[in-house]
Design a protein around this ligand. Structure first.
Ligand SMILES: [Zn+2]
Length: 259
């Protein structure tokens, strides 16, 4: 690649990262305010410790956190690293989306879905619930995605709607363990992914959740009745399937049929 092209490439990804980090900063606002039922469009951001309103210079994603040495400018309270982590994840997810889907409308829809999942994951982690408003929001990029996919297989995406959500619904109804939020999440994401990738997403989520559960049981002295938010693992599974699913299915298919 000529040097100018490499330079343009780096600048493009830098801009994509900044855009993703800004969206991540908005996701932080959702994570903080949605569970409290506060408006996420009105009202300025304030320090959670001293309540001082934050100025524009305090709100630059990642940069403010680093420049202020992880402390509030006004009261000196430590600012949780999680704000920076969510912004970092926003930037990284935006770069990954562009790397996989290019600068396309499909990439825009995929990233809109990923940003929603980022909010779902952290809110479920905090509150053990997935707000209905967020699930409704996920319908927008899902509809766009289904619309944008060339030669879409409606049957596959229709089955995707039910293939994980229906068994989860029955489990939640008769045994508990999963919440109705997980059911709705897997219905919407199933529609976006089609049945193959939905199963893959669920298996990845289940595997990661199981690893964490074993870790909890062995090292954290949790017992088997300790409540456990499964949403974040489902979100991780869906995100992996969205970004790498086709590659994984192809690789596995080759593995199966190679011998
Ligand atoms: Zn403060």
């Amino acid at each position: 690649m000529p040097q100018e092209a490499v330079f343009a490439y780096i600048i493009a990804y830098l801009l994509v990262f900044v855009f993703g980090a800004v969206i991540g900063s908005f996701v932080n606002v959702l994570i903080c305010r949605l569970p409290q039922g506060r408006s996420f469009v009105r009202g300025r951001s304030a320090c959670p410790t001293c309540g001082h309103q934050l100025a524009a210079r305090d709100l630059a994603p990642l940069l403010s956190w680093l420049l202020l040495r992880r402390r509030c400018r006004y009261c000196g309270a430590t600012i949780s690293a999680r704000y920076a982590l969510v912004e970092l994840l926003g930037g990284a997810l935006a770069c990954l989306t562009v790397a996989v889907y290019g600068f396309t409308w499909t990439a825009a829809a995929v990233f809109a879905l990923l940003a929603g999942l980022l909010a779902v994951a952290f809110i479920d982690l905090d509150t053990m619930t997935i707000p209905n408003g967020l699930v409704l929001y996920l319908m927008i990029p899902t509809t766009a995605l289904v619309w944008l996919l060339p030669g879409i297989n409606w049957l596959s995406h229709g089955i995707g709607l039910f293939i994980v959500s229906l068994p989860l619904f029955l489990l939640a109804l008769f045994f508990g363990g999963f919440g109705m939020g997980d059911v709705k999440l897997m219905a919407v994401c199933g529609l976006a992914l089609g049945w193959r990738l939905t199963l893959l997403a669920f298996l990845i989520g289940l595997a990661l959740g199981a690893i964490y559960a074993v870790y909890l049981l062995l090292w954290r002295r949790a017992d088997r009745r300790t409540a456990f938010a499964f949403g974040p693992y489902l979100c991780l599974g869906v995100a992996s399937a969205l970004l790498f699913g086709t590659a994984i299915v192809d690789w596995y298919g080759n593995l199966l049929f190679a011998a």
